[in-house]
Design a protein around this ligand. Sequence first.
Ligand code: SF4
Length: 63
Amino acid sequence: MPDVHCTVDNCKYWTTKNLCTADNIIVQNDGEGGVSPDAQLSSLDATPASSKDETCCQTFQQG
Ligand code: SF4
C-alpha cells in the first residue's frame, strides 16, 4: 500500500510524521476536506477525532 498521511493522531494506526500503519483503509468523501498536493504532509497539524464519524476514514479506531 502507498504511504497514507493522516492527521488523526489519536487513532491506533497513526504513527509519527503523520503516517498510517493500517494494512488497508476505507475512505469516504468529505465535502469540506482536502489539502494542497504541495502540503508538507508529515508536519500537518493534528486533527484528533472521537469517533469514525468525525473522520473521512472508516478504519479509524481510537488508540
Ligand atoms: S484514521 Fe484511518 S488513515 Fe488515519 S491513522 Fe487511522 S486508519 Fe490510518
